[in-house]
Design a protein around this ligand. Sequence first.
Ligand SMILES: NC(=O)c1ccc[n+]([C@@H]2O[C@H](COP(=O)([O-])OP(=O)(O)OC[C@H]3O[C@@H](n4cnc5c(N)ncnc54)[C@H](O)[C@@H]3O)[C@@H](O)[C@H]2O)c1
Length: 503
Amino acid sequence: MRAVSSTDYRVGIAGAGAMGQGIAQVGLMGGMTVVVQDAKAGAAAAAAEQVFARLDRLVEKQRLAAQDVAAMKDRLVAADAVAGFADCDTVIEAVFEDLEVKQTLFREIEAVVRPDCLIATNTSSLPIASIARVCEHKGRIAGMHFFNPVPLMQLVEIIKGPETEAPTVQALIELGKRMGRTPVEVKDSPGFLVNLAGRAFSTEGLRIQQEGAATPAQIDAVCRDCGGFRMGPFELMDLTGIDVNYPVSHIVFSEFQYDPRLKTTPHHKLLYEAGRFGRKTGVGHYRYDPAGAVEAPSPDHETDAAPAKGVLSIGESDPRLSDLLYEAGIEALSHDDGAAPLVAALLGEDCSSFVARSGADHRRLVGIDVTGDTSKRVTLMTAPGADPAARDAVAAAAVRSGRKVTAIKDSPGFIAQRIRAMIANLGCEIAQIGLATPEDIDLALKLGLNYPLGPLEIAEDLGLEETHGIMQRLQAITGDDRYRPSLWLRRRALLGLPIRTPD
Ligand SMILES: NC(=O)c1ccc[n+]([C@@H]2O[C@H](COP(=O)([O-])OP(=O)(O)OC[C@H]3O[C@@H](n4cnc5c(N)ncnc54)[C@H](O)[C@@H]3O)[C@@H](O)[C@H]2O)c1
């Protein structure tokens, strides 16, 4: 096998569609010779023109030098037949997502390339093992999963099938680096790393919506303002397309033997069946006007109530609650006057459960989420039968302090706690089953999905004990194993160990 650093390293790309073109571009930018092939006559040459146009734009933007791009253009070969891959050191397949098509093509590629040529697939959902099973030299077959658009997305997952040999993985890691990407090594598993770990964000948002605890607009606003996410789950689903994320959710759920942690909701399926795919169809979770602007109800709680002067803080004492009350100009009363709102910083618990164990007056109880960033927005929660006046008085004081308020119905773990703890828990489970290292799990989610923190970093940010406690209470209150804590999280929380402590 030739060193990936060889100046004349030759990469073949089968399939000159959106992904093939992006991979070709980063291959050229990495100084390699790139052979692009497509089954459709003329498609490879047309793709070369597209790649050239993109490189020219980078020259205009002064990101690349004109003479470098001229050299890159000389290193791109358009081929109409698989025979064009004969001298390649690695071939990356990026054709239609169809097992039979890929298996046939892999056999054709194996028939023309050298025995030491590596063959990688860019499949997003097919097991590497199922493609490799028809190949003669299974040790050189692996996954090389790029993200769209390739030149802008730094991450590439290098997927090791059951028979992939270590030197193959190592060479593909080096190839990914030479293409200017950041490779992470992942075991062959449904959804690989990013498409598996990313399920928690969307499906937990959907679950909160299904319970009727909050609207998509409220959930999205809390994820942005309190969780630090660039987009909330509903905005993200509408952007990527429900025609893409519903099938991925379903495949990952069924391939993981219907693990309830990965379950989505009937509403998600309904949108898919109805062809409400999001932005691309003008309607999904939200409606979009012809200019593409979102038509959504406000996530902000409006009230004309007078700000609360004093409240009684009940339940476990939490300095974050005292700070919030102070900043909102609310006096913390020392005893119950029978009329003031009762406030509690709940962790993984809903107001009803808290009332049941504490005997507090549910009509005056206002739950406040003190986790995450509460400087821009606070989430308030009340039990069924609560007096809206207590909530509105607390909300008015929060608004006076410059914060926005999201007022939701009873929900164990509010919005941000639930979604963040679910992301953390699934990331821990991925570490537990050894799909990737803890470091790569965090790196992949930050690069592949733009998360502000990786799943294990979220567990650290919430606190391991707190994350574990939120999951335990969610499981106990809902009776749903969806919320069972990962053993990785449980053990490290119980032992007081850092989250990255190896087994
Ligand atoms: N688009 C994405 O966001 C994305 C992200 C990651 C991975 N992927 C995966 O990458 C692969 C390609 O996706 P895409 O979006 O570029 O698809 P695409 O439809 O844009 O392009 C596929 C290309 O493959 C060609 N093709 C089909 N059969 C062929 C064959 N037997 N030999 C040679 N060429 C053939 C087609 O003519 C077409 O030009 C799929 O496996 C997909 O799952 C896609």
